[in-house]
Design a protein around this ligand. Structure first.
Ligand code: PLP
Length: 439
C-alpha cells in the first residue's frame, strides 16, 4: 500500500475539506528551502511550512542539538522541576526582549501561547479584586489560533461560524491596512482610531485585554499596517490600564526583518506570545512572556491566585534545546541580514509584479511579500485552490490566502531559488488574469 493510501485510510488533515481535497503529497525529506517528494520531485518551500521554518529544513546545528538533548534528558514534568534548556532559553528570550517582559511561561503551540496570555490578562484583574472586566478587544480580521479563547478574539476572521454561540465576549476594532504607494492611509487610520475611541468609551471599563498581531495580520491575508497606527492604538488602550498582548506567533523570529515586530512597532506589550519560529521550525513549543507587573499579581500565599494552567509537555527539553540552537544561528548565520537581502529582492520584483493587470495592494515586510488579485483580500475566494494547485505544478509550495498571494521563504533561501520563485510567480499571475481581472 502506498503512503498516500495508508494516510487516506485513517488520517484527518488540518484546515482541510476532506470531502473535496486532493490526496496529500507524500513527503520524504527536506533540506534548506527545499522539500522532496517520494517520487524525487523537489518543491521550494515558500510558505516556510506554515510559517514555522526559519533557517531552513533539517539544519544540522538544530538537528545536532536535538540529538544531544535526546540522549541527556528528553522530558520531565515542569511543575516542581526545572532543567538547563528551559532556564537558559528563558534567559535568552528575556535578554532579547525589552523590559519589563521578563517572565516566560512555556506551552506547546501558538494557540496555547494565546490561550495562556488571555487567561493571564483576565485572571490578573481577578487577582486584584476586579471582577467586571470580562471582555477582550482585538483587531478585525485578526487570527490567533483555534482553541476557544483564541477563536473568540479571532472570530472576525470568519473561520469559526459553527462556534459563534459558545465563544467568549469580544469586541473587534478596525485594522487600518496599508501597502506600497498608498496615498490614503492616514484617512483610513483616522477612521479606524475614531471607531476605537467609540469602543473604548463604551466598553473600556470592561475590557480585560487587547490582543493584536503587530504590523502584519497573517491569516487575514498578510495585511500590513504602519507602526504609527499600531502605536496610536496601543497608546489609547494602555492609557486606560488595559493590558496589551502582542501575538508574535507568526511575526516573531525575524519574519518582519527584526527579531520581533515589537521593535519596529516601538511598543512594549504587557504580554507577548511566541511559537512557530521559536524552535526554528523543528518542534512544537511556545512561550507566553509576561511583564513583571502582570506576574506579580499572581503571587500569594495559597493556590487561589496561582496560574492554574499547564500542559504535559510544558517546556519540553528537546524543544527548548532546538530553540537555543535556533537563536544561536541568528548570530552565526547573520539571519537578519539574509532577511534584509530577501526584502530588497522582493521590493525589486514587486515593481514588475504590481504592473500585472488586476494586481493590487503590493506590500513587503521583512521576508514577506504579498499582493492581492483583484481587490479586497478574501480567504474564501475560489482563486485560492486554483492558484495553489498551479504553484505546485511548478514545484513551488505557495498557499494563497484566497486571492492573496504571498511568499514567505526560510531565511536560507539561495538568491537563485528566490529569483526562480519570483519568475514563476510572475508567470502564474499573468496566466490567471482571466480569473480575477473581472472581480
Ligand atoms: C498570529 C498567529 N497566532 C496564533 C496562531 C496559532 O498557532 P498554532 O497553529 O501553532 O496553534 C497562528 C497560526 O497560524 C498565528 O498566525
Amino acid at each position: 500500500m502506498s503512503l498516500t493510501e495508508l494516510d487516506q485510510r485513517h488520517v484527518w488533515h488540518p484546515f482541510t475539506q476532506e470531502g473535496t481535497a486532493p490526496p496529500p503529497l507524500p513527503m520524504v525529506r527536506a533540506k534548506g528551502a527545499s522539500l522532496f517528494l517520494e517520487d524525487g520531485r523537489e518543491i521550494l518551500d515558500l510558505a516556510s511550512s506554515w510559517w514555522v521554518n526559519v533557517h531552513g529544513h533539517c539544519h544540522p546545528a538544530i538537528a545536532d542539538a536535538l540529538a544531544a538533548q535526546a540522549h541527556t534528558l528528553e522530558h520531565v514534568i515542569f511543575a516542581g522541576f526545572t532543567h538547563a534548556p528551559a532556564a537558559r532559553l528563558a534567559e535568552a528570550l528575556t535578554s532579547a526582549l525589552p523590559r519589563p517582559l521578563d517572565r516566560v511561561f512555556y506551552s506547546d503551540n501558538g494557540s496555547t501561547a494565546v490561550e495562556a496570555a488571555l487567561k493571564m490578562a483576565f485572571q490578573s484583574w481577578r487577582n486584584r479584586g476586579v471582577l467586571d472586566r470580562t471582555l477582550f478587544l482585538s483587531f478585525e480580521g485578526g487570527y490567533h489560533g483555534d482553541t476557544f479563547g483564541a477563536m473568540s478574539v479571532g472570530r472576525s476572521s470568519g473561520f469559526y461560524a459553527p462556534f459563534e454561540d459558545v465563544l467568549l465576549k469580544a469586541r473587534h476594532t478596525p485594522f487600518a491596512e496599508t501597502w506600497l504607494n498608498d496615498g490614503e492611509v492616514e484617512d483610513r487610520e483616522a477612521a479606524a482610531l475614531a471607531t476605537l475611541d467609540f469602543i473604548l468609551d463604551r466598553d473600556g471599563a470592561h475590557l480585560a485585554g487587547f490582543i493584536a498581531e503587530p504590523l502584519v495580520q497573517g491569516a487575514a491575508g498578510m495585511r500590513m499596517c504602519r507602526p504609527e497606527f499600531l502605536r496610536a492604538v496601543c497608546a489609547r488602550v494602555s492609557a486606560l490600564g488595559i493590558p496589551v498582548i502582542f501575538d508574535e506567533v507568526m511575526t516573531g523570529f525575524g519574519r518582519t526583518g527584526t527579531l520581533f515586530a515589537l521593535e519596529q512597532a516601538g511598543v512594549v506589550p504587557d504580554i507577548l506570545c511566541l511559537s512557530k519560529g521559536l524552535t526554528g521550525g523543528f518542534l512544537p513549543l511556545a512561550a507566553t512572556v509576561a511583564s513583571s507587573a502582570i506576574y506579580e499579581t499572581f503571587l500569594g500565599q495559597d493556590f487561589s491566585t496561582a496560574f492554574a494552567h499547564g500542559h504535559s509537555y510544558t517546556a519540553n527539553p528537546l524543544g527548548c534545546a532546538a530553540a537555543l540552537a535556533s537563536l544561536a544561528l541568528f548570530e552565526s548565520e547573520r539571519t537578519l541580514e539574509r532577511i534584509a537581502h530577501i526584502r530588497r529582492a522582493n521590493l525589486r520584483w514587486l515593481d514588475e509584479a504590481a504592473a500585472v493587470p488586476g494586481v493590487t495592494k503590493p506590500r513587503v515586510l521583512g521576508s514577506i511579500v504579498a499582493l492581492n488579485l483583484g481587490g479586497e483580500g478574501d480567504y474564501h475566494s475560489a482563486l485560492g485552490p486554483v492558484l495553489k494547485a498551479r504553484f505546485l505544478e511548478m514545484n513551488l509550495l505557495v498557499r494563497p490566502l484566497g486571492n492573496v498571494v504571498y511568499l514567505m521563504p526560510p531565511a536560507c533561501i539561495p538568491p537563485e531559488a528566490l529569483a526562480r520563485a519570483h519568475a514563476v510567480t510572475l508567470q502564474i499571475l499573468r496566466e490567471n488574469i482571466p480569473l480575477y481581472a473581472h472581480r
